[in-house]
Design a protein around this ligand. Structure first.
Ligand code: WT7
Length: 657
């Protein structure tokens, strides 16, 4: 175990009681949660059959679970004989009663007029776009890459794919052309949907130019069409025969489009995420189980009641944007706020202003955003009232108690429930979370398993840990939103998640369970780091670095960073014909940025004459992490290293920074 996050001893922390106004109205109280949780574990077939009924099925499922977590024969099937369409569930079925209800309020990057999209308008846009996709030759099962900024067209595009049974792969707008090309190549997308440019914090992101650069690479040749949304109106290069304006094709598209009837286990989307080794993994989610779970968790975790205004700040390029900006809330007929920009731009008052503007009841965001706002103090909050808030939620990384308290006391006036939700791209939805109304929360704890989830802790030998303790966080049984495979690499899926601790799903996180049975996530136990809530494989950054001619060897670790949670710390050994300089420092940062994207830019580069290695040549990251974190007293035994002398050298150069 080598969790990298500093955590607090649970005994220091006092639980914060359920808010009275929650207790009276919440879906869950403690007794109901206990009873329902027990039922979900003791009789999963009955529980999930009932829960599936929250969706509209063309053919209701009779088969509920068909699960085998055996590394020689692994399959995961939920509701396998059911038939449905995800877009129909997110739009059409709300039309008879709520056509005029707002589905999306869109807030532009620069404060200004919002776009308001009702369910009726959403239906119209999605049907038209679905027809455009069909016209471009996209068929059921084809892959479509979506590389858009945070604009409503991103939601239309996802749902239009779902409507015709195409599989979307949304690529975060911050990724580089190289990263886009790799993701197009891996899933063989024939179509890319992008925009002229994106806007974030007043900066333009040249999405179309990035797509041009991506498609110039030989590996991305499968993509023969590019559909371009005109967003900023800036100039773009144009490739006749390949590039098409979104507004041109939408102008003449029909508003009639029957949803394709899909099997519950037909793929809904692929979403790439970083692993501890190799290239990004194309996590595959299917239709029926994912949507059931997205809808149920959205209702219970956020205590969603019809009429609530719900704002999730996550980008659609991440799983949080998929499940809790699009599929979960829309399946429940919710009104969502979608914001293009950053919650602290043009200044730290923006978050509160947006809350007031739309009378937001529920805010779901990342600890890193909270810490960034907290750094500006309480002053900017005075520019808003925020009295519509009922519930505040966080995800993506551990929340430190100071940020938790500021969120609770200052943003929420102490009157809102705060829920810290633990989950992953692979889990599809929230797994461990307090349920507002049921659980007093402990700042920094993810608390309790959601219905149907059986978490456990195992030591490094795979032995189950009973009672209070700390270990590797595993899940003992399947849940409907579990990823089914990695696109094109089922073996890697098995090797990554089901081989380390046979018979369980291995999350890659460490956790602690306290005497009350509540869970505290301590951070990754593998070579994945979490920077501003963005998950990154250190191996990916290392391979970008060593592709630079000056770099002989590189090792990347996370280190504690006040705002980002973890920062990117890079040890670089140069080839003999290069020596450290400020220019090279800047160049290497720029290099990684160009190879992967801005989120992967190293925070600190440490020129290392040598790296600590075992005699068999394995880099000792444990030691590198400690040095990066300035924890020099606890380096452990270094005598078995091939060249123990490099350690004091690195410590000394670290201290002098
Ligand atoms: C990794 C998954 C939450 C979905 C979006 C991120 C870390 C996630 C928490 C939390 C502590 C958390 C884990 C996990 N993480 N939520 N509440 N407390 N750590 O999905 O990009 O797949 O990243 O984020 O390390 O494994 P992702």
């Amino acid at each position: 175990m080598s969790a990298t996050h500093a955590t607090v001893a649970p005994s220091d922390i006092q639980p914060v009681a359920v808010k009275p106004r929650f207790r009276d109205n919440a879906w869950m109280d403690a007794t109901t949660y206990d009873a329902l949780y027990a039922r979900s574990i003791d009789g999963p077939d009955t529980f999930w059959r009932e829960q599936s009924q929250r969706l509209h099925w063309r053919q209701p499922p009779t088969q509920i679970r068909d699960i085998r977590w055996d590394k020689n024969d692994l399959h995961i099937r939920w509701f396998a004989d059911g038939q449905l369409n995800a877009a129909e569930n997110c739009i059409d079925r709300h039309l008879s009663a709520h056509a005029d209800r707002v589905a999306l309020y869109w807030e532009p990057d620069t404060p200004g007029e919002a776009r308001v999209i009702t369910y009726a308008a959403l239906h119209q846009q999605v049907c038209k776009l679905a027809n455009v996709l069909k016209h471009l030759g996209v068929r059921k099962g084809d892959r479509v890459t979506i590389y858009l900024p945070m604009i409503p067209e991103a939601v239309f595009a996802m749902l239009a794919c779902a409507r015709i049974g195409a599989i979307h792969s949304v690529v975060f707008g911050g990724f580089s052309p190289e990263a886009v090309a790799g993701r197009i190549a891996d899933c063989g997308s024939s179509l890319v949907i992008t925009a002229d440019a994106g806007l974030r914090g007043g900066r333009e992101i040249p999405l179309k130019a990035n797509v041009d650069a991506a498609l110039a690479r030989p590996e991305a040749k499968a993509a023969s069409k590019v559909l371009v949304v005109q967003h900023t109106g800036g100039a773009v290069d144009w490739h006749d025969g390949r590039d098409l304006w979104y507004h041109d094709l939408m102008a003449t598209a029909s508003e009639q489009c029957e949803p394709a009837v899909m099997n519950a286990e037909d793929p809904l989307f692929i979403l790439y995420t970083s692993g501890s080794t190799g290239k990004p993994k194309g996590v595959l989610h299917t239709t029926g189980g994912y949507l059931t779970y997205a809808s149920l968790t959205h209702q219970m975790v956020f205590d969603y009641h019809p009429g609530d205004i719900y704002w999730c700040t996550a980008d659609v390029g991440w799983i949080t944007g998929h499940t809790y900006l699009v599929y979960g809330p829309l399946a429940n007929g919710a009104t969502c706020v979608m914001s293009e920009g950053l919650p602290n731009w043009p200044d730290a008052a923006r978050l509160g202003q947006i809350i007031d503007k739309f009378k937001v009841n529920t805010l779901y965001t990342a600890p890193t955003a909270i810490r960034a706002l907290m750094a500006a103090g309480d002053g900017p909050l005075a520019q808003s009232r925020r009295d519509s808030l009922k519930l505040l939620a966080t995800a993506g990384e551990p929340i430190n108690p100071a940020a938790w308290h500021w969120f609770h006391d200052s943003v929420g006036h102490g009157g809102s429930a705060v829920v810290d939700t633990w989950w992953q791209t692979e889990t599809g939805g929230v797994m461990i979370t307090p349920l507002p109304g049921a659980h007093a929360t402990k700042p920094g704890a993810a608390m309790r398993p959601f219905f149907g989830i059986r978490p456990a802790l195992v030591d490094n030998d795979g032995t189950l840990i009973d009672g209070p303790g700390e270990g590797n966080l595993v899940i003992l049984d399947s849940w409907p939103a579990q990823a089914r495979t990695l696109w094109g690499d089922h073996q890697r899926f098995i090797d990554t998640y089901f081989t380390t601790f046979p018979g369980t799903y291995c999350s890659g996180d460490g956790a602690r369970r306290d005497a009350d049975g509540d869970y505290w996530i301590t951070g990754r136990v593998d070579d994945v780091i979490n920077v501003s809530g963005h998950r990154m494989g250190t191996a990916e950054i290392e391979s970008a670095l060593v592709s630079h001619p000056a770099v002989a060897e590189a090792a990347v670790v996370g280190y504690p960073h006040e705002i980002k949670g973890q920062g990117i710390y890079v040890y670089v050994s140069l080839t003999c014909d290069h020596s450290p300089s400020d220019e090279l420092y800047a160049e290497l940062r720029q290099w990684v940025r160009r190879e992967i994207g801005a989120i992967a830019t190293p925070d600190l580069i440490h020129w290392a004459p040598g790296l600590p290695k075992t005699r068999s040549g394995k880099i000792m990251r444990r030691i590198l992490r400690k040095i990066a974190a300035n924890e020099h007293d606890s380096l452990g035994d270094v005598s078995t290293l091939a060249e123990p002398a490099v350690v004091p050298q690195l410590v000394e150069t670290r201290m002098n920074r």
